[in-house]
Design a protein around this ligand. Structure first.
Ligand code: AHN
Ligand code: ZN
Length: 337
Protein backbone atom coordinates (compact mmCIF):
# COMPACT_ATOMS: atom_id res chain seq x y z
CA UNK A 1 0.00 0.00 0.00
CA UNK A 2 2.72 2.41 1.05
CA UNK A 3 4.83 1.35 -1.92
CA UNK A 4 1.97 1.82 -4.37
CA UNK A 5 1.31 5.32 -3.01
CA UNK A 6 5.00 6.14 -3.35
CA UNK A 7 4.94 4.92 -6.93
CA UNK A 8 1.94 7.11 -7.72
CA UNK A 9 3.73 10.17 -6.31
CA UNK A 10 6.85 9.37 -8.32
CA UNK A 11 4.89 9.00 -11.53
CA UNK A 12 3.02 12.23 -10.81
CA UNK A 13 6.34 13.98 -10.20
CA UNK A 14 7.86 12.69 -13.44
CA UNK A 15 4.75 13.65 -15.41
CA UNK A 16 4.74 17.17 -14.02
CA UNK A 17 8.45 17.60 -14.86
CA UNK A 18 7.81 16.43 -18.41
CA UNK A 19 4.81 18.77 -18.61
CA UNK A 20 6.84 21.71 -17.32
CA UNK A 21 9.58 21.06 -19.87
CA UNK A 22 7.03 20.76 -22.61
CA UNK A 23 5.57 24.12 -21.54
CA UNK A 24 9.02 25.66 -21.44
CA UNK A 25 9.87 24.52 -24.92
CA UNK A 26 6.42 25.66 -26.15
CA UNK A 27 7.14 29.12 -24.70
CA UNK A 28 10.50 29.20 -26.41
CA UNK A 29 8.92 28.36 -29.76
CA UNK A 30 6.35 31.17 -29.57
CA UNK A 31 8.43 34.11 -30.78
CA UNK A 32 9.79 32.01 -33.66
CA UNK A 33 6.29 31.09 -34.78
CA UNK A 34 5.01 34.67 -34.62
CA UNK A 35 6.64 35.49 -37.95
CA UNK A 36 5.50 33.16 -40.73
CA UNK A 37 8.14 30.54 -41.52
CA UNK A 38 10.19 32.03 -44.34
CA UNK A 39 10.83 29.68 -47.24
CA UNK A 40 14.52 29.66 -48.10
CA UNK A 41 14.92 30.93 -51.64
CA UNK A 42 18.21 29.77 -53.01
CA UNK A 43 19.28 32.64 -55.23
CA UNK A 44 20.44 31.95 -58.74
CA UNK A 45 23.07 33.88 -60.69
CA UNK A 46 21.51 35.92 -63.49
CA UNK A 47 22.74 34.73 -66.88
CA UNK A 48 23.84 37.32 -69.42
CA UNK A 49 20.85 38.24 -71.59
CA UNK A 50 20.34 41.54 -73.39
CA UNK A 51 16.78 42.84 -73.50
CA UNK A 52 18.03 45.71 -75.70
CA UNK A 53 19.00 43.10 -78.25
CA UNK A 54 15.70 41.18 -77.90
CA UNK A 55 13.81 44.48 -78.29
CA UNK A 56 15.72 45.28 -81.50
CA UNK A 57 14.85 41.82 -82.87
CA UNK A 58 11.15 42.55 -82.29
CA UNK A 59 11.47 45.97 -83.98
CA UNK A 60 13.06 44.33 -87.02
CA UNK A 61 10.25 41.82 -87.38
CA UNK A 62 7.56 44.49 -87.07
CA UNK A 63 9.39 46.65 -89.65
CA UNK A 64 8.71 44.03 -92.36
CA UNK A 65 4.98 44.63 -91.89
CA UNK A 66 2.48 42.01 -90.65
CA UNK A 67 3.98 38.51 -91.14
CA UNK A 68 0.87 37.01 -92.71
CA UNK A 69 1.33 33.85 -94.84
CA UNK A 70 1.31 34.39 -98.65
CA UNK A 71 2.57 37.99 -98.35
CA UNK A 72 5.86 39.68 -99.22
CA UNK A 73 6.44 40.71 -95.57
CA UNK A 74 6.09 37.06 -94.55
CA UNK A 75 8.67 35.93 -97.14
CA UNK A 76 11.14 38.67 -96.12
CA UNK A 77 10.73 37.93 -92.40
CA UNK A 78 11.30 34.19 -93.03
CA UNK A 79 14.56 34.96 -94.80
CA UNK A 80 15.62 37.30 -91.99
CA UNK A 81 14.86 34.84 -89.17
CA UNK A 82 16.59 31.99 -91.02
CA UNK A 83 19.75 33.99 -91.67
CA UNK A 84 19.82 35.12 -88.03
CA UNK A 85 19.76 31.54 -86.70
CA UNK A 86 22.39 30.50 -89.24
CA UNK A 87 24.64 33.46 -88.40
CA UNK A 88 24.54 32.46 -84.72
CA UNK A 89 25.94 29.08 -85.72
CA UNK A 90 22.77 27.00 -85.49
CA UNK A 91 22.00 24.22 -87.97
CA UNK A 92 19.07 25.52 -90.02
CA UNK A 93 16.05 23.67 -91.36
CA UNK A 94 13.26 25.38 -93.27
CA UNK A 95 10.23 23.13 -93.30
CA UNK A 96 7.94 24.31 -96.09
CA UNK A 97 4.37 23.12 -96.43
CA UNK A 98 0.92 23.95 -97.75
CA UNK A 99 -1.87 24.00 -95.20
CA UNK A 100 -5.55 24.91 -95.51
CA UNK A 101 -6.91 27.80 -93.46
CA UNK A 102 -10.48 27.95 -92.05
CA UNK A 103 -11.27 30.23 -95.01
CA UNK A 104 -10.33 27.30 -97.35
CA UNK A 105 -7.40 29.36 -98.57
CA UNK A 106 -4.12 27.48 -99.15
CA UNK A 107 -1.32 28.94 -97.04
CA UNK A 108 2.34 28.57 -97.95
CA UNK A 109 3.99 28.21 -94.59
CA UNK A 110 7.52 27.69 -93.32
CA UNK A 111 8.56 26.37 -89.92
CA UNK A 112 12.05 27.66 -89.15
CA UNK A 113 14.25 25.45 -86.98
CA UNK A 114 17.74 26.13 -85.61
CA UNK A 115 19.69 23.42 -83.77
CA UNK A 116 22.48 24.25 -81.34
CA UNK A 117 24.87 21.31 -80.81
CA UNK A 118 22.73 18.87 -82.83
CA UNK A 119 24.99 15.94 -81.85
CA UNK A 120 24.16 16.05 -78.12
CA UNK A 121 21.41 13.72 -76.82
CA UNK A 122 20.61 15.94 -73.79
CA UNK A 123 18.31 18.55 -75.40
CA UNK A 124 15.70 21.21 -74.73
CA UNK A 125 13.16 22.48 -77.27
CA UNK A 126 12.25 26.20 -77.29
CA UNK A 127 9.45 27.53 -79.49
CA UNK A 128 7.35 30.52 -80.47
CA UNK A 129 5.10 31.35 -83.42
CA UNK A 130 6.49 33.85 -85.92
CA UNK A 131 3.41 34.70 -87.99
CA UNK A 132 1.11 37.57 -87.16
CA UNK A 133 -2.68 37.56 -87.13
CA UNK A 134 -4.26 38.51 -90.49
CA UNK A 135 -7.12 40.39 -88.81
CA UNK A 136 -7.87 42.41 -85.68
CA UNK A 137 -11.05 40.65 -84.65
CA UNK A 138 -10.86 41.94 -81.08
CA UNK A 139 -10.60 45.58 -82.19
CA UNK A 140 -13.38 48.08 -82.75
CA UNK A 141 -11.93 49.50 -85.99
CA UNK A 142 -10.16 48.06 -89.03
CA UNK A 143 -11.00 44.54 -87.94
CA UNK A 144 -10.24 43.15 -91.40
CA UNK A 145 -6.66 44.49 -91.41
CA UNK A 146 -3.64 42.49 -90.17
CA UNK A 147 -1.94 43.43 -86.90
CA UNK A 148 1.72 44.23 -86.15
CA UNK A 149 1.85 41.41 -83.60
CA UNK A 150 4.77 42.97 -81.72
CA UNK A 151 3.78 41.04 -78.61
CA UNK A 152 1.72 38.25 -80.20
CA UNK A 153 4.41 36.59 -82.29
CA UNK A 154 7.23 39.15 -82.23
CA UNK A 155 8.13 38.97 -78.53
CA UNK A 156 8.69 35.21 -78.26
CA UNK A 157 10.78 35.20 -81.43
CA UNK A 158 12.78 38.25 -80.28
CA UNK A 159 13.68 36.56 -77.00
CA UNK A 160 14.61 33.29 -78.70
CA UNK A 161 16.86 35.10 -81.22
CA UNK A 162 18.68 36.64 -78.26
CA UNK A 163 18.89 33.17 -76.65
CA UNK A 164 20.47 31.90 -79.89
CA UNK A 165 22.99 34.76 -79.80
CA UNK A 166 23.81 34.00 -76.15
CA UNK A 167 24.26 30.28 -76.87
CA UNK A 168 26.94 31.14 -79.39
CA UNK A 169 28.68 33.40 -76.85
CA UNK A 170 28.26 31.22 -73.74
CA UNK A 171 28.63 27.79 -75.42
CA UNK A 172 26.80 25.67 -72.79
CA UNK A 173 27.22 21.88 -72.98
CA UNK A 174 23.62 21.06 -73.93
CA UNK A 175 21.60 20.69 -77.10
CA UNK A 176 19.00 23.40 -77.77
CA UNK A 177 16.50 23.49 -80.63
CA UNK A 178 14.80 26.74 -81.46
CA UNK A 179 11.55 26.46 -83.43
CA UNK A 180 9.69 29.33 -85.05
CA UNK A 181 6.30 27.85 -85.99
CA UNK A 182 4.22 29.42 -88.73
CA UNK A 183 0.45 30.04 -89.01
CA UNK A 184 -0.36 29.75 -85.32
CA UNK A 185 -2.54 32.84 -85.44
CA UNK A 186 -4.69 32.20 -88.55
CA UNK A 187 -7.45 30.68 -86.41
CA UNK A 188 -11.17 31.18 -86.92
CA UNK A 189 -12.39 34.21 -84.93
CA UNK A 190 -15.01 33.49 -82.28
CA UNK A 191 -17.35 36.02 -83.95
CA UNK A 192 -17.02 34.46 -87.42
CA UNK A 193 -20.38 33.77 -89.12
CA UNK A 194 -19.14 30.60 -90.85
CA UNK A 195 -19.75 27.15 -89.38
CA UNK A 196 -17.34 26.48 -86.51
CA UNK A 197 -14.32 24.43 -87.53
CA UNK A 198 -11.96 22.59 -85.23
CA UNK A 199 -8.16 22.86 -85.12
CA UNK A 200 -7.89 26.06 -87.15
CA UNK A 201 -5.13 27.49 -84.91
CA UNK A 202 -1.49 26.35 -84.69
CA UNK A 203 -1.28 25.06 -88.28
CA UNK A 204 2.53 25.11 -88.37
CA UNK A 205 3.04 23.19 -85.12
CA UNK A 206 0.28 20.74 -86.08
CA UNK A 207 2.09 20.09 -89.35
CA UNK A 208 5.47 19.59 -87.65
CA UNK A 209 4.03 17.33 -84.92
CA UNK A 210 2.75 14.98 -87.65
CA UNK A 211 5.85 15.47 -89.87
CA UNK A 212 8.88 16.02 -87.58
CA UNK A 213 11.99 17.35 -89.34
CA UNK A 214 14.04 14.50 -87.81
CA UNK A 215 13.45 10.88 -86.87
CA UNK A 216 13.32 9.93 -83.19
CA UNK A 217 13.45 13.54 -82.05
CA UNK A 218 12.95 13.43 -78.27
CA UNK A 219 14.15 16.46 -76.27
CA UNK A 220 13.76 16.42 -72.46
CA UNK A 221 10.95 18.97 -72.66
CA UNK A 222 9.68 22.02 -74.54
CA UNK A 223 9.07 25.63 -73.57
CA UNK A 224 6.71 27.82 -75.63
CA UNK A 225 6.91 31.60 -75.39
CA UNK A 226 3.68 33.39 -76.33
CA UNK A 227 3.00 37.07 -75.63
CA UNK A 228 6.02 37.51 -73.38
CA UNK A 229 6.92 41.15 -73.95
CA UNK A 230 4.21 43.45 -72.58
CA UNK A 231 4.68 45.82 -69.66
CA UNK A 232 3.84 44.25 -66.27
CA UNK A 233 2.92 40.94 -67.91
CA UNK A 234 1.93 38.16 -65.51
CA UNK A 235 2.36 34.55 -66.51
CA UNK A 236 -0.02 32.24 -64.68
CA UNK A 237 0.40 28.47 -64.53
CA UNK A 238 -1.52 27.57 -67.69
CA UNK A 239 -3.84 24.57 -67.63
CA UNK A 240 -2.62 22.53 -70.64
CA UNK A 241 0.94 22.89 -69.35
CA UNK A 242 -0.17 21.82 -65.87
CA UNK A 243 -1.96 18.78 -67.32
CA UNK A 244 0.95 17.48 -69.41
CA UNK A 245 4.07 18.81 -67.68
CA UNK A 246 3.37 20.16 -64.16
CA UNK A 247 6.92 19.40 -62.96
CA UNK A 248 8.41 21.47 -65.80
CA UNK A 249 6.09 24.39 -64.96
CA UNK A 250 7.09 24.21 -61.29
CA UNK A 251 10.78 23.97 -62.17
CA UNK A 252 10.72 26.99 -64.50
CA UNK A 253 8.58 29.08 -62.12
CA UNK A 254 10.98 28.21 -59.28
CA UNK A 255 13.96 29.33 -61.36
CA UNK A 256 12.11 32.58 -62.16
CA UNK A 257 11.54 33.19 -58.42
CA UNK A 258 15.19 32.47 -57.62
CA UNK A 259 16.19 35.09 -60.21
CA UNK A 260 13.88 37.63 -58.56
CA UNK A 261 11.10 37.45 -61.17
CA UNK A 262 8.24 36.18 -58.99
CA UNK A 263 6.37 39.38 -59.87
CA UNK A 264 6.00 38.19 -63.47
CA UNK A 265 5.73 34.44 -62.82
CA UNK A 266 2.55 34.11 -60.80
CA UNK A 267 1.73 31.06 -58.67
CA UNK A 268 -1.92 31.38 -59.72
CA UNK A 269 -3.33 28.62 -61.90
CA UNK A 270 -5.59 29.29 -64.87
CA UNK A 271 -8.44 27.36 -66.29
CA UNK A 272 -8.58 26.73 -70.02
CA UNK A 273 -7.22 29.66 -72.06
CA UNK A 274 -7.54 28.14 -75.53
CA UNK A 275 -5.32 25.96 -77.63
CA UNK A 276 -1.75 26.95 -78.34
CA UNK A 277 1.25 25.35 -80.12
CA UNK A 278 2.28 23.33 -77.05
CA UNK A 279 -1.03 21.42 -77.13
CA UNK A 280 -0.06 19.64 -80.35
CA UNK A 281 3.54 19.20 -79.24
CA UNK A 282 2.22 17.42 -76.12
CA UNK A 283 -0.65 15.52 -77.75
CA UNK A 284 0.86 14.44 -81.06
CA UNK A 285 4.66 14.72 -80.70
CA UNK A 286 4.45 13.55 -77.05
CA UNK A 287 7.09 16.03 -75.87
CA UNK A 288 6.18 17.36 -72.40
CA UNK A 289 5.79 21.07 -73.06
CA UNK A 290 4.77 24.21 -71.23
CA UNK A 291 3.49 27.62 -72.30
CA UNK A 292 4.74 30.87 -70.82
CA UNK A 293 1.79 33.07 -71.77
CA UNK A 294 0.39 36.30 -70.40
CA UNK A 295 -3.06 35.85 -68.93
CA UNK A 296 -5.05 37.95 -66.50
CA UNK A 297 -7.44 35.76 -64.46
CA UNK A 298 -9.31 38.80 -63.13
CA UNK A 299 -10.32 40.09 -66.58
CA UNK A 300 -10.18 36.67 -68.26
CA UNK A 301 -8.22 38.03 -71.23
CA UNK A 302 -4.62 37.71 -72.31
CA UNK A 303 -4.09 41.47 -72.52
CA UNK A 304 -6.23 44.45 -73.62
CA UNK A 305 -4.18 44.77 -76.84
CA UNK A 306 -4.66 41.11 -77.78
CA UNK A 307 -5.69 40.71 -81.45
CA UNK A 308 -6.09 44.47 -81.85
CA UNK A 309 -4.03 47.12 -83.64
CA UNK A 310 -2.70 48.21 -80.24
CA UNK A 311 -0.41 45.16 -80.32
CA UNK A 312 2.48 47.28 -81.62
CA UNK A 313 5.93 48.32 -80.36
CA UNK A 314 4.34 50.65 -77.77
CA UNK A 315 3.29 47.71 -75.57
CA UNK A 316 6.74 46.10 -75.51
CA UNK A 317 8.69 46.52 -72.27
CA UNK A 318 12.34 45.61 -71.77
CA UNK A 319 11.86 44.61 -68.10
CA UNK A 320 9.49 41.84 -69.13
CA UNK A 321 11.81 40.71 -71.94
CA UNK A 322 14.68 40.63 -69.45
CA UNK A 323 12.73 38.56 -66.90
CA UNK A 324 11.59 35.97 -69.43
CA UNK A 325 14.93 35.82 -71.25
CA UNK A 326 16.90 35.29 -68.04
CA UNK A 327 14.46 32.63 -66.87
CA UNK A 328 14.65 30.64 -70.11
CA UNK A 329 18.43 30.90 -70.35
CA UNK A 330 18.95 30.00 -66.68
CA UNK A 331 16.70 26.94 -67.17
CA UNK A 332 18.92 25.78 -70.05
CA UNK A 333 22.11 26.41 -68.08
CA UNK A 334 20.73 24.43 -65.10
CA UNK A 335 19.78 21.57 -67.44
CA UNK A 336 23.36 21.56 -68.77
CA UNK A 337 24.78 20.91 -65.27
C1 AHN B 1 -6.94 30.85 -78.86
O1 AHN B 1 -7.34 31.98 -78.72
C2 AHN B 1 -7.77 29.79 -79.46
N1 AHN B 1 -5.72 30.50 -78.50
C3 AHN B 1 -4.84 31.39 -77.89
C4 AHN B 1 -3.49 31.17 -78.41
C5 AHN B 1 -2.94 32.36 -79.05
C6 AHN B 1 -3.50 33.15 -80.00
N2 AHN B 1 -1.79 32.84 -78.81
C7 AHN B 1 -1.57 33.86 -79.53
N3 AHN B 1 -2.61 34.10 -80.27
ZN1 ZN C 1 -2.78 35.59 -81.42
Amino acid sequence: MVQAGNMRIRILFILSVVFLFACESEKKKVPVQKTAPKKEIKKLKKPAFSSDSAYAFIEQQVAFGPRVPNTEAHRKAAAYLSSKLENYGLELTQQRAEVIAFTDKTLNIVNIIGEYRPELPNRVMLFAHWDSRPFADQDTTDRDKPIDGANDGGSGVGILLEVARQLQIQQPEIGVDIFFFDAEDYGQPSNDIRKRKRGTWCLGSQYWAVNPHKENYQPNYGILLDMVGAKNARFTKESISMYYAPDIVDMVWDIAARLGHAGHFSMQHTTHVGEDDHMYINKIAKIPSIDIIQYDPSTRVFAPHWHTHADNMDVIDKNTLQAVGETVLATILEEAK
